[in-house]
Design a protein around this ligand. Structure first.
Ligand code: C2E
Ligand code: CA
Ligand code: CA
Ligand code: CA
Length: 276
C-alpha cells in the first residue's frame, strides 16, 4: 500500500508538472495565435419556445492549436484574462462576429431580421477604456442593428468589479442588449441586479439539467418566475432532451439553447440548417 501510495504521489506530481508545462506553453502560444489565424468562432442556435424558429445565435470561441488540437475556451480564456491579451482577443471576437452577422444580413436578404447575435465578454474587458468606442465602431462599420447585438457577461465574473455598472451603462447606451450569463450560479445580490442594465437573463444550464418532473423542477420554475416578474427576457441553456424542451416550453421561456436543437458548429452548418 505504501508503494502504491508513493506511485500515486509520483503520478500526481508528474501530472501536475505536465499541467504547468502545458499552461506555460499555451501562455506563450496565445500571443501569436490571432496573427496565425488559429482562432475560430463556432455558432450555436437559439430557438423560440416551439423549437422551430431561429431567434438567436451565440458565438463561442475555439482555438485550433497547430500541435495540441482544438482547445476549449474554458482552458485558454482564464489564461488570456491573466494578461491584457484578453482585450485584444475580445476585440477579435466582437469584430469577427459583427463581420459574420453583416454577411448574413446581406446574403440572406433578411428585410426583417429575426435573429440576434451574441458574444461573450470577460468582465476584465470592462476595464478596457477603448471597449465602448470599439463596439460602437464595429456596429456602425458592419451596419449591425444595435438591438440585434448582445453582449453576455457571467454573474460570477462581475462580482469582483462593482464599478462595472458605469461601463455597462455606456454599452447599453450604444443600443446593444446586455445578457447576464449563468444566472443563478454567481453570488451577486439580487437586490443589486436592477442597478445593472441587463435586459436578458440566461438561466444557467444546471437548473435545466437538474430538473426532473415533480421534484427538482421547482428551482427552474422559481428562477424563471423571478426573471419574468422583473421583466427580463429569459433564455434557458443546456437543453439536451425532449423532456427538458417540454418543461421550458411550459414555463414559457423566451429562448431555448442546447445540444437538443444544435451544437456549437461552424458557419456552414448553421447556414445549412437555419438560414437556407
Ligand atoms: P457559456 O457562455 O456559458 O457558454 C455555454 C457553454 O455550454 C458552451 O461551452 C457550449 O458549448 C456549452 N453548451 C451548449 N449547449 C449545451 C448543452 O446542451 N449541454 C451542455 N452540457 N453544454 C452545452 P464552450 O463553448 O466550451 O464555452 C465555455 C465557456 O467559455 C462559455 O460558457 C463562456 O463563458 C466562455 N467563452 C466562450 N467563448 C468566449 C469568448 O469569445 N469570449 C469569452 N470571454 N468567453 C468565452
Ligand atoms: Ca454565454
Ligand atoms: Ca452560460
Ligand atoms: Ca458558463
Amino acid at each position: 500500500a505504501k508503494e502504491a501510495g508513493r506511485n500515486q504521489a509520483q503520478y500526481y506530481s508528474r501530472n501536475f508538472h505536465e499541467q504547468i508545462e502545458k499552461r506555460a506553453r499555451l501562455e506563450t502560444d496565445l500571443s501569436k495565435a490571432i496573427d496565425d489565424d488559429q482562432f475560430i468562432l463556432h455558432y450555436q442556435p437559439q430557438v423560440d419556445v416551439d423549437g422551430k424558429r431561429l431567434v438567436g445565435i451565440e458565438a463561442l470561441i475555439r482555438w485550433q492549436h497547430p500541435q495540441l488540437g482544438m482547445i476549449s475556451p474554458d482552458e485558454f480564456i482564464p489564461i488570456a484574462e491573466e494578461s491584457n491579451f484578453i482585450n485584444e482577443l475580445g476585440r477579435w471576437v466582437i469584430r469577427t462576429a459583427c463581420a459574420q452577422f453583416s454577411h448574413w444580413l446581406e446574403r440572406f436578404n433578411t428585410a426583417e431580421i429575426h435573429f440576434s447575435v451574441a458574444v461573450n465578454l470577460s468582465a476584465k474587458q470592462l476595464k478596457d477604456k477603448g471597449l465602448i468606442d470599439y463596439c460602437r465602431d464595429c456596429i456602425e462599420h458592419y451596419k449591425i442593428p444595435p438591438k440585434r447585438f448582445e453582449l453576455e457577461l457571467t454573474e460570477s465574473n462581475l462580482v469582483s468589479s462593482l464599478d462595472a455598472v458605469d461601463t455597462l451603462n455606456e454599452l447599453a447606451e450604444i443600443g446593444v442588449e446586455l445578457a447576464l450569463d449563468d444566472f443563478g450560479t454567481g453570488y451577486s445580490s439580487l437586490s443589486h441586479l436592477k442597478a445593472y442594465p441587463f435586459s436578458i437573463l440566461k438561466i444557467d444550464k444546471s437548473f435545466v439539467q437538474s430538473a426532473k418532473p415533480g421534484q427538482d423542477e421547482c428551482m427552474l420554475k422559481a428562477v424563471c418566475a423571478f426573471a419574468k416578474s422583473l421583466n427580463y427576457k429569459t433564455v434557458a441553456e443546456g437543453i439536451e432532451t425532449e423532456q427538458q424542451h417540454k418543461l421550458c416550453a411550459e414555463l414559457n421561456i423566451d429562448r431555448l439553447q442546447g445540444y437538443y436543437f444544435g451544437r456549437p458548429s461552424e458557419v456552414d452548418v448553421i447556414e445549412q440548417k437555419w438560414l437556407a
